[in-house]
Design a protein around this ligand. Sequence first.
Ligand code: ZN
Ligand code: ZN
Length: 278
Amino acid sequence: MTKRLILLGTGVPTPNLQRGSASSALVKGDDITLVDCGHGAVHSLLKAGEDPIKVSRIFFTHHHFDHNVEFPYLLLTGWVMGRSKPIHVYGPRGTRAFVESVFKTFEIDISCRLDTGVQTRGGLDIRAQDIDEDFTFSGEWRVKCRRVDHLKQLGNYTLGYRFDSEDKSIVFSGDTRPCEAVAELAMGADVLVHECFFSPEFEETGVVQGRKKSHPKLPFIHSNPEDVGIIAKKAGVKKLILNHLWSERNLDDLEKRVRSRFAGEILIGHDGLTVSLQ
Ligand SMILES: [Zn+2]
Ligand SMILES: [Zn+2]
């Protein structure tokens, strides 16, 4: 069965015409599993030649909007397109409430489309579940997760995920500071997709590209290039993909800084980047 990883969105919360926000797809035969569903995910699936109604599972790393904002669009376009199977949605605390809130927000459209009789309830079957580190799943992929070091105020938490098939393993760090849990989750993996904070603009001005000002209370909750290299080396992964990118400038420098700590293969993520998992 053919398997591939597609980076659908490799950007961050600030709008960027070259990058959507965080979303990746694992395609296995006729099935699509998403990790996060940031801005542009549906169009990126179409550009990659994939049918959005084949998405059967979505795993949210956390509920910063750059990771979930396109979920309503995926849900509603798939419904209109004729999705006939449920979507299972997993994520940290608040995932069920988030999904319920989407149905509430789009209540007028949903009830009016149902009222016409053109649309039926089929395709609106979304089964959402709040999960934590004790979660495991075995289906198209064997899935496990760990808490990582990112959004965690007010009882919230962020999850990194590992997906194993019979012969390949892919790990997503989620957004995180450098974190032992990611190294443990990624131990011996074929592919590690790791977020990476690299911004020449920030180094020069204290403000990242696309923002108007810095904020003195802004906590640093991401990973520097060297830290990402250290985690990849510790885990012994074969391929490291840098994701969640803040700038288009000096990407050669970004790679050099990661390379200073990690000798394996490094790819700099871009929207549409596809990695065969054969
Ligand atoms: Zn993010
Ligand atoms: Zn985040």
